[in-house]
Every structure is written in structure tokens, then in C-alpha cells.
Write a protein that binds this ligand. Structure first.
Ligand code: UD1
Ligand code: CA
Length: 455
């Protein structure tokens, strides 16, 4: 049977108390729903249908409106009602696999096994044993162990509440059959909703086989219904990632204080200290050391480079054996060659910094090409913006920029030039010469400080 996937994502998420639709809340830097659709896309399904409703267009736009067959559930009357909106789009002969937009960590392999477990008559459901089953629908079995129905937490009696086997929500069935079962679901229950879970009892009554499968690990099936759930699942997810990195040889000073909200590619002997946040795609080559409290977004760091504490680095390419920070800010665009030092309270934006150059203290370097072995003294500011346009500055190899220099762009500093401290440079500086602009120093002999007036 060919496979079609339906993702249910129309619910409001009342228990989040948020204006953001629940399925757009972030887990590991990605909306919950995107995580689910990413898994769906890995299954080789012939179609992916996403049922949306609460949050409307905002959900479609955030996830990528053109990628899927979006089905509107204008009023959220329950999960079976949601399925009824999608099933007319699904081929009756297909096997339909149901995913929930608020259960983000489900793994493709588990879903493949679930889809494979169904045949042309049967219903396959994914269940799990949980130490604390509260909130979940309970799987009710007869004396011989056959599944007879699912009871929602709010509708369960005392005996049923004691059942620890829960409904994960994931199910697979032939689409045509599921359609006929969904059509029989009514809403006489605690929440006045059409529950998809009621198809189990209907299927049993019609003599269908109910097969169950279990996830490989329980975190795959944890749902997000509240901010507490979201925070707990985020930690679970981060722990998985931390463990995978350690298994690759990364030294994490504390896996509990590590956050990867994207993808991290690592070489050998990488060390990551505490409270580091990685976002987007980040590459750390062999021997990179990341100090504590760093935020690194969409960047690559070359071999042997050390990022000291408290830096914010984004969209930057940093070469090998550099020393960056503490307290450096690399804004989008820096391309930093090997053996460069960027020190404390230095901001670098849209600039190329040549091999061996140093910008060690309190500087702003923007829209600049810096050659090799340049020394940029403390407090140097590149004045790249005239209030309307940005201009480029070029600094040749081996130049020495004295402390507290302002380079008013556009300006070029020749190779080997020296600029005296405190200069405001507005014209090109010739190579190899000393250039300075400085008011003459004078001493007023015999001057005395004013004294305080007597009352
Ligand atoms: C559901 C299951 C429960 C299971 C749990 C697992 C039902 C009736 N209950 O409960 O047995 O243990 O998931 O996480 O299915 N949705 C719609 N339209 C609607 C209502 C919901 O698209 O009208 C979507 C939601 O966006 C969500 C999913 O369906 O992604 C589940 O809805 P939710 O209200 O969270 O159900 P639970 O109470 O968690
Ligand atoms: Ca849920």
C-alpha cells in the first residue's frame, strides 16, 4: 500500500496561554510542527496533508505554504473531526498515517514500523507504558490482552485511570476504512469533541484487528500541551544532542548546560564549556575550544581557535588558531583569516581580517578590508556610516593604527603605514609613512586649579 500522511495541527493549545499557535512554539530552534513535517518528509509518502485552523495563515507561512496539502479545519471540534476534513483528499486505497503537530520528537523508524504493521483491514496504534500517564488517553484491553477501546483521561473512571499504557496518538489504517470509522464517531464525552481515539472501539465492533507497536524510547511520543511540557521536552532533546556529540568525542563541560538550536558539525578534540548556545549551522574544526557563555550562530570556526568567554558570533567565518574574545562581537559578515586576535569589546562587521592581524581592545571595525599582520590599537573606530550610506575602508598589510584613531570611510591606509594615536583620518594614508592628525600639546605654566568658594 502506498503511504499518505496526515498531520493534525489545527488545535489552539489553550493550555499554553499564548497568542502564538501551539504548533509554532519552538523546540531546539524549530517550530514543533516543522519537526513533525520534517519527519513526515523523510517517510517517502506520496502526499502529506496538514490540517490547520487555529493561527490560520500564520501557521502556513511559518511552515512553508507550498510544500504540503493544507486542509483547513475552520472550527476545532476534535481530532476525528480534523481527520474528516483531510480524508476526502486521501486515496481510499492508501495507508494513512496520522501524526500530531504537538508531538515533535517522533522518529521516522518508529513510524515506518507502525505503517508496516497495518494491513488492508486493520488498525495499528502506537502505545507506550508511562510511569505517569496523566493527561493521555488510556489503552483498555480485555482479559485476553486484546485492545477494546481508548478512554481519554477526562472520561476515564478510577480503574481506567490506573492504566499506564497510553495512546501516543500515532495510528495507521487503510484510508477508506478509517473514513467509515471516523464518520461514526460522536461527541457525547467530557469535552464535547469528536475524538479520533473512538475509532478503536468502532473498529473492534466491526471485527477489525487492532495491532499495537511501541516507540523505541518514550521521549519520542511526549506531547506538548503546556509550557512545562515544552521546557521538559526541550531538555530531553538537548540531552540527546549532547550525548550524541559526546559519543563523537566532544568534551562538554556540562551536558545539562548546552543548547544546540540547529546543526553542529565537529572535528576531533573540540571542547565546549558551559552555557554555550549554538544556532543555525555551526562548524567547529579540530581542536576548537569554546569558553563559557558564548552564542554562536551560523558560523564556522577553524582548527585550534579559541573562543574565550562571553562572545556573540554570527554569520562569521573564523580561521584557524585565532583567539577571539572575551566579550567580542562578530556581527554578520566577518571573514577572519588564521592567527587573528579579536579581543574584548571589539565589534567586527562585514570585514575581512588578514592573517596574523590583531584588534585587541575596544574597537569597531565595519565594512573594512584589513591586510595581514595589521595592528589596530585600542579604541580605534572605523566611521563607516555617514548617516545615509556606508563606505569601505582598506588597511594594507603590516599597517599600525595607533590607539583612539578614527578612520572616516571611504579611506585607504597604505601597506606598512603608521597612524599616530588619537588621529582622525579623512584622507588616504601613504604606505610606509607616519601619518597623524593631532592638536598640538601645550603646557600652561604656573596654572593653578580653582579652589572652592568660602561660604
Ligand atoms: C490526544 C489524544 C490522546 C493522546 C494524546 C497524545 C484524542 C481525542 N486524544 O489528546 O488520546 O493520549 O493526544 O499526545 O485524540 N487537533 C486538531 N483539531 C482539533 C483538535 C486537535 O487538529 O479539533 C490537533 C492539535 O493541534 C494537536 C493534536 O490534534 O496537534 C492533538 O490534540 P490535543 O488537543 O493536544 O489532544 P490531547 O488532549 O493531547
Ligand atoms: Ca496534545
Amino acid at each position: 500500500m502506498k503511504l499518505e500522511v496526515v498531520v493534525l495541527a489545527a488545535g489552539q493549545g489553550t493550555r499554553m496561554y499564548s497568542d502564538t499557535p501551539k504548533v509554532l512554539h519552538d523546540l531546539g530552534g524549530k517550530p514543533l510542527l516543522r519537526r513533525v513535517t520534517d519527519v513526515a518528509e523523510s517517510l517517502d509518502a506520496v502526499a502529506i496533508h496538514v490540517v490547520y485552523g487555529h493561527g490560520g495563515e500564520r501557521v502556513r507561512e511559518a511552515i512553508g505554504a507550498n510544500e504540503f496539502n493544507w486542509v483547513l479545519q475552520a472550527e476545532q471540534k476534535g481530532t476525528a473531526h480534523a481527520m474528516m476534513q483531510a480524508l476526502p483528499c486521501v486515496d481510499d486505497q492508501a495507508c494513512v498515517l496520522v501524526l500530531y503537530g504537538d508531538v515533535p520528537l517522533i522518529q521516522a523508524q518508529t513510524l515506518r514500523e507502525l505503517a508496516d504493521a497495518t494491513d488492508d483491514k486493520g488498525l495499528a496504534i502506537l502505545t507506550a507504558e508511562l510511569a505517569d500517564p496523566s493527561g493521555y488517553g488510556r489503552i483498555i484491553r480485555d482479559e485476553s490482552g486484546r485492545v477494546t477501546k481508548i478512554v481519554e483521561h477526562n472520561d476515564a473512571n478510577q480503574d481506567e485511570l490506573c492504566v499506564h499504557e497510553i495512546n501516543t496518538g500515532f495510528l495507521a489504517a487503510p484510508a477508506g476504512t478509517l473514513k467509515s470509522w471516523c464518520a461514526q464517531v460522536h461527541n457525547a464525552n467530557a469535552q464535547g469533541e469528536y475524538y479520533l481515539t473512538d475509532v478503536v472501539a468502532i473498529a473492534v465492533k466491526e471485527g477489525a484487528d487492532i495491532v499495537t507497536r511501541n516507540p523505541a524510547v518514550t521521549w519520542e511520543i511526549m506531547g506538548v500541551n503546556s509550557n512545562a511540557d515544552l521546557a521538559q521536552l526541550e531538555r530531553t532533546y538537548q540531552r540527546q544532542q549532547a550525548q550524541a556529540l559526546m559519543a563523537q568525542g566532544v568534551t562538554l563541560r556540562d551536558p545539562a548546560r548546552f543548547d544546540l538550536r540547529g546543526e553542529l558539525e565537529v572535528g576531533r578534540d573540540v571542547v565546549i564549556d558551559i552555557n554555550v548556545v549554538f544556532e543555525g549551522k555551526v562548524t567547529l574544526a579540530d581542536g576548537v575550544h569554546i569558553g563559557p557563555n558564548n552564542v554562536i550562530r551560523s558560523s564556522s570556526i577553524g582548527g585550534g581557535t579559541e573562543i574565550l568567554s562571553n562572545c556573540v558570533i554570527e554569520q562569521s567565518i573564523v580561521g584557524g588558531n585565532c583567539r577571539i574574545g572575551p566579550f567580542a562581537r562578530l556581527r554578520p559578515g566577518p571573514r577572519i583569516a588564521d592567527q587573528v586576535q579579536v579581543g574584548n569589546f571589539v565589534e567586527v562587521k562585514q570585514s575581512d581580517i588578514g592573517e596574523g592581524s590583531k584588534i585587541n581592545h575596544l574597537s569597531y571595525v565595519g565594512d573594512t578590508t584589513v591586510g595581514k599582520n595589521v595592528n589596530i590599537g585600542a579604541g580605534t573606530i572605523v566611521c563607516n556610516y555617514d548617516g545615509a550610506n556606508k563606505h569601505r575602508t582598506i588597511i594594507g598589510d603590516n599597517a599600525f593604527i595607533g590607539s583612539d584613531t578614527q578612520l572616516v570611510a571611504p579611506v585607504t591606509v597604505g601597506e606598512g603605514a603608521t597612524i599616530g594615536a588619537g588621529s582622525t583620518i579623512t584622507k588616504d594614508v601613504p604606505a610606509g609613512e607616519l601619518t597623524l592628525s593631532r592638536a598640538k600639546e601645550k603646557t600652561v605654566l604656573g596654572w593653578t586649579r580653582p579652589t572652592k568658594n568660602k561660604p
